[in-house]
Design a protein around this ligand. Structure first.
Ligand code: ADP
Ligand code: MG
Length: 207
C-alpha cells in the first residue's frame, strides 16, 4: 500500500492532536507514580511536530519518521523524549526511501521497539511504554495480513495499558516508589497506546 503525502500528513496530524488532547490524563498518571510532567513533555513534543507538519509530510517516509524522531528528542525531554525519539529514528532507518508502506510492518515497528529497549535498558514487564509496544509488535507479527489486523492492534494496545497497573516499576522514575508503584497505569504505556490507536483510527478511516 502506498501512503500518499496527504494521507500521511493527516495520520501524523491525528496522532499529534490526540497526544496533545491526552496531556491532562498523561499528567495525572505521571503525578501518581512520577513527577507529573509526562503530559507537558508529550504536548510540547507533538506541538513541535505539528509545527513542522508540512516539511515532515513532504519527505519520503523514512526521512519523515526520522524528522519526527529528531523533533521529539529535541523537544519532549524527560526519559520519554529520547526513548520515543529512538523509536521513530530506528523505524525510519528500517524503511526504504519511498512512500510504500512496507509489507513487513512488524519488522519496521520491531526496529523501533528494539531501539527503545536498547536505549532504556528495559524489557517487557518493567511497567514502561514497552509494555504496550511489545504486545503491539506481537500482534503485528501474529495477525499480519489478516483483515482484522488494525482492530486487533487497537484492542491489544488498550488491554496492554490496563495490564501495567498491577506491575511494579523497575525502570524509570516510578521504580523509586518500589511496591507503591503498583495499582497505577504507567503514563508512558498510556501515551504509547494513544499513539498506536490514533494511527489505527487514521488507517481505518482510509480503508
Ligand atoms: P521522566 O520520567 O523523566 O519524568 P516522562 O514523565 O516524560 O519522563 O516519561 C515517563 C515514562 O517514560 C514512563 O511512564 C515510562 O513509560 C517511560 N520510561 C521511563 N524509563 C524508561 C525505560 N528505561 N525504558 C522504557 N521506558 C521508560
Ligand atoms: Mg515524568
Amino acid at each position: 500500500m502506498s501512503l500518499q503525502p496527504d494521507t500521511f500528513k493527516s495520520l501524523v496530524k491525528v496522532a499529534a492532536e490526540r497526544v496533545i488532547a491526552s496531556a491532562p490524563e498523561l499528567t495525572s498518571l505521571d503525578q501518581a507514580i512520577g513527577d507529573g510532567d509526562h503530559g507537558i513533555n508529550m504536548k510540547r513534543g507533538f506541538e513541535a511536530v505539528l509545527g513542522k507538519l508540512d516539511a515532515i509530510s513532504a519527505q519520503p517516509l523514512d526521512e519523515a519518521l526520522k524528522m519526527i524522531g529528531k523533533t521529539l528528542v529535541m523537544t519532549v525531554g524527560g526519559a520519554s523524549g529520547p526513548l520515543y525519539g529512538s523509536f521513530f529514528l530506528a523505524a525510519g532507518e528500517a524503511l526504504s526511501h519511498d512512500r510504500q508502506l512496507p509489507d513487513d510492518l512488524a519488522n519496521v515497528f520491531g526496529c523501533g521497539v528494539n531501539a527503545v529497549s536498547a536505549r532504556g535498558r528495559s524489557q517487557a514487564g518493567e511497567k514502561t511504554m514497552l509494555d504496550v509496544l511489545i504486545p503491539v509488535l506481537e500482534t503485528l507479527k501474529t495477525a499480519a495480513g489478516q483483515a482484522d489486523l488494525i482492530a486487533r492492534v487497537r484492542i491489544t494496545a488498550a488491554e496492554a495499558v490496563e495490564r501495567t497497573a498491577p506491575m511494579q516499576a523497575t525502570k524509570g522514575r516510578a521504580s523509586f516508589l518500589g511496591p507503591r508503584s503498583i495499582g497505577h497505569i504507567d503514563p508512558g504505556a498510556r501515551s504509547s497506546c494513544v499513539l498506536v490507536q490514533a494511527v489505527c483510527a487514521s488507517l481505518e478511516g482510509q480503508e
